[in-house]
Design a protein around this ligand. Structure first.
Ligand code: F6R
Length: 264
């Protein structure tokens, strides 16, 4: 795992966007795993800007989102399908048929989850999986005690996640209490992981995920098992990390980051 600390949330998200942009330019038919949430909004705005002003081409890109609320249709403004359409898909030249989210309205959720896993396998797996972290330590909606080998399935949300996300609903009681989510096992099969974390409110959970023991109580800690995982954070989120000096040094000295150092 490599942890990269940038001075501000904007700088952290700019760096993540550059990584994704370069990946799409290098491999135009890449398969991205996508996340939703407040952190990703700015990322998708930067990618949209790259498309509009720098010709970033999404025409062959395929995407699989991590999760979707159960019971919300794609036209519901709070569904993750709606979010993705609003923040990215409708603003770039992606083929909507290449964009996938689990269907939270499916009549048989178990079959829907199996189909989702199959669809990921059919395209050859996910090349780069974007992740954010919830205050309960989740990635996707893998709430505490999610099995480290779990697959796409339905999951009950914790009170902490409900408190985190319900302000986004017009009436907080309308927030679904269950969601479909890729499992930790599904996420770990992506060829590369990119976790983006910003803000002081995530400092404690980030430290647990990155430097704490691997435990299903903090499902994000499972990223420590992945061979190619980059964690990009701002200074506020990095506040509780113990090996900060080492992480700064990685960005300043590792050849892999040279091109990004020059750009920023
Ligand atoms: C949503 C998802 C979640 C979020 C996490 C952080 O698709 O995967 O794990 O990434 O809850 O959300 P924000 O960015 O709103 O703090």
């Amino acid at each position: 795992m490599q942890v990269i600390i940038r001075p501000t949330a904007e700088a952290a998200i700019q760096l993540a966007a550059r990584i994704i942009e370069k990946r799409i330019r290098q491999f135009p038919d890449t398969t991205l795993g996508l996340a939703t949430g407040v952190t990703m909004e700015r990322l998708y705005a930067i990618l949209t800007d790259c498309h509009k002003n720098n010709g970033l081409d999404f025409s062959l890109v395929k995407t699989f989102n991590l999760d979707e609320y159960i019971g919300l249709s794609s036209t519901d403004e709070c569904s993750y399908r709606y979010y993705m359409n609003q923040h990215l898909f409708n603003k770039v030249n992606i083929d909507l048929r290449n964009t996938h989210l689990p269907d939270g309205m499916a009549s048989d959720l178990k079959i829907e989850c199996e189909k989702y896993e199959k669809r990921i396998k059919t395209v050859g797996g996910i090349d780069l999986q974007l992740l954010g972290i919830g205050k309960a330590g989740h990635i996707g909606f893998n709430e505490p005690l999610s099995a480290l080998r779990s697959r796409t399935r339905d999951k009950s949300l914790t009170p902490m996640t409900i408190a985190q996300n319900s302000p986004l609903f017009k009436r907080s009681e309308d927030m679904p209490r269950r969601a479909l989510t890729m499992g930790i096992g599904t996420i770990l099969e992506a060829r590369e992981l990119l976790l983006i974390v910003t803000g002081k409110s995530k400092a404690e959970v980030l430290a647990k995920a990155v430097e704490g023991p691997i435990t299903s109580m903090i499902s994000a800690s499972a990223i420590q098992l992945h061979e190619r995982c980059t964690v990009i954070v701002d200074e506020a989120a990095a506040e509780r990390l113990q090996a900060k000096d080492y992480y700064y040094w990685i960005f300043e000295s590792e050849p892999e980051w040279e091109e990004y150092r020059e750009e920023i």
